[in-house]
Write a protein that binds this ligand. Structure first.
Ligand SMILES: [Zn+2]
Length: 152
């Protein structure tokens, strides 16, 4: 006997919010990113673009060149097909992409992440033509996560 299909208790709403967020695929932070975007920024049903390091791939690092191509294509698709108007970029503290792929250590790691958010915002603006781009840094504090705005 095959198992019956699982049915989600969450209702489906087909209306798009015309916003996307780019953040790291780190599953320990997934629900915090959702909470911040849905409750903090009031963006329910936002489009998700997640990959290790998140917006790091849009900051011009040679180590992320393939990811840059992919995410650039995805963003253009979301603008054309989903009518994207707003993009939220989020970096998070102690991101393994920065520590491992870019071989950075604190305190320099956080400085590079914040500079990358500024670069990624400019790049996203250039690629998509959108002006409504904002950036945040997610910080872990005593078992909680805070989202700080980064001027980009
Ligand atoms: Zn990460």
């Amino acid at each position: 006997m095959p198992q019956p299909p699982y049915e989600s208790r969450l209702p489906y709403n087909s209306a798009r919010i015309h916003a996307a967020a780019i953040y790291c695929s780190d599953g320990r932070m997934g629900e915090h990113f959702d909470d911040f975007l849905e409750q903090g920024l009031k963006l329910p049903r936002y489009d998700r673009v997640t990959l290790p390091g998140g917006p790091a791939c849009l900051a011009g690092h040679a180590q992320a060149h393939l990811e840059e191509q992919g995410v650039m294509d995805e963003l253009k698709f979301l603008v054309e097909v989903h009518g994207l108007k707003r993009v939220v970029l989020i970096a998070h503290q102690s991101c393994a992409f920065y520590a491992s792929r870019l071989e950075l250590k604190e305190p320099r790691l956080e400085l590079v992440q914040k500079a990358d958010l500024v670069r990624a915002a400019a790049f996203t603006n250039r690629v998509t033509g959108l002006n409504n781009i904002e950036a945040y840094f997610a910080r872990n504090l005593d078992g909680k996560v805070q989202f700080e705005r980064v001027e980009a």
